[in-house]
Design a protein around this ligand. Structure first.
Ligand code: UFG
Length: 326
């Protein structure tokens, strides 16, 4: 199939582009490179443009695409609480421009990167897809708002979609050719590995007074390749005018302290920590039930355990201590 991938130079997008290419699909990456990396994208596939630029989106979409995969988004929970305008502008307004460009060019399928942050504070764990959605940060709200738009666009305009609610993506390509590199980095796994490389003095723990066994937040980490595989399965299942929503996690929660402990084992480094206050917008625990995508689409993770996930990330970080800046 011909697939138009917004944000395909970013972390999850670039890993998905790689799997798509390996599976024989033709890919065009639409990215403004504000956060993504040209080096993460296969040669010849980059089409530079901004999500805010509908004319450019239409130009990019004109060559007969079967499906859009929409990764382009701002994705830091903490920042979204300080700069909600940035998040609404890109994640909602920009995404609506993409839908408009799809309508103008007749592209009728979209796989959307949604988030566990749409649930807010869970009332039950593991979280199934029919759990109430009540985001507690602006990031999660923007993802939920766009899911709602998709639902109405599907009914009115025949667009078919899959919204994939990722839990915590981590890890890197097993051959260490591409990996995670944000600037600034805000995500726990790469931060811990930067500390292992001596690029940070210590790992700050955001909150030690949560209602969890060791007082730190619990998250469900999922390998980026397993997420990528889910996009391909979801794309193949999309039906015109209909939507599907799937959670993606491994159904196992690890605390911040457990992630640091795992990284100590994997890297052999001491990894000093600095305990600090909570970060705004963080729910104490987020663990997925991915039973629905397993049952309906046969999704099966290749890297279900945290240690294997951290090992792939560590290989990338060791080989690329300055990320793509090397
Ligand atoms: N954390 C620290 N210290 C750090 C960085 C993070 O203690 O230096 C903690 C956070 O407070 C949180 C946990 O580690 O409790 C994981 O934080 P991340 O920033 O790595 O990830 P988040 O859980 O905030 O967010 C991620 C994605 C979002 C997604 C969300 C859904 O970045 O896009 O998972 O769970 F919405």
């Amino acid at each position: 199939m011909n697939i138009f991938v917004t944000g395909g130079a970013g972390y999850i997008g670039s890993h998905t582009v790689r799997l798509l290419a390996e599976a024989g699909h033709r890919v065009r990456v639409y990215d403004n490179l504000s956060e993504g990396h040209a080096a993460a994208v296969p040669a010849g596939s980059l089409f530079e443009g901004d999500l805010a630029d509908e004319k450019r989106l239409v130009e990019g979409l004109l060559d007969g695409f079967d499906c859009v995969m929409h990764f382009a988004a701002h994705c830091s929970v903490g920042e979204s609480m300080e700069k909600p305008e940035k998040y609404y502008g890109n994640n909602v307004v920009g995404s609506l421009r993409l839908l408009s460009a799809m309508r103008k060019t007749g592209v009728k399928r979209i796989v959307f990167s949604s988030s566990a942050a749409t649930y807010g504070n869970p009332v039950k764990t593991p979280i199934p897809e029919d759990h109430p959605t009540d985001p507690i940060n602006a990031y999660g709200q923007t993802k939920l708002d766009f899911e709602h738009a998709l639902k109405y666009y599907a009914g009115a305009y025949g667009i078919g979609y899959a919204a994939l609610r990722y839990f915590n993506a981590a890890g890197a390509a097993p051959d260490a050719k591409i990996g995670e590199d944000h600037d600034p980095e805000t995500h726990l796994v790469p931060i811990v590995l930067e500390a292992a490389l001596g690029r940070r003095d210590a790992v700050a723990i955001f909150g030690t007074d949560y209602p969890t066994p060791d007082g730190t937040c619990i998250r469900d980490y999922i390998h980026v390749y397993d997420l990528a595989q889910a996009h391909i399965l979801a794309m193949e299942a999309i039906e015109p005018g209909k939507g599907r929503v799937y959670n993606l996690g491994n159904g196992a929660g690890y605390s911040v302290r457990e992630v640091i402990e795992t990284a100590r084992r994997v890297t052999g480094h001491r990894l000093p920590v600095k305990e600090g206050p909570r970060r705004a917008g963080d729910p104490p625990t987020l663990v997925a039930s991915s039973e629905k995508i397993t049952r309906e689409l046969g999704w099966k993770p290749r890297f279900p355990d945290l240690q294997a996930i951290v090992e792939t990330a560590w290989r990338w970080h060791k080989a690329n201590p300055k990320g793509y800046a090397e």
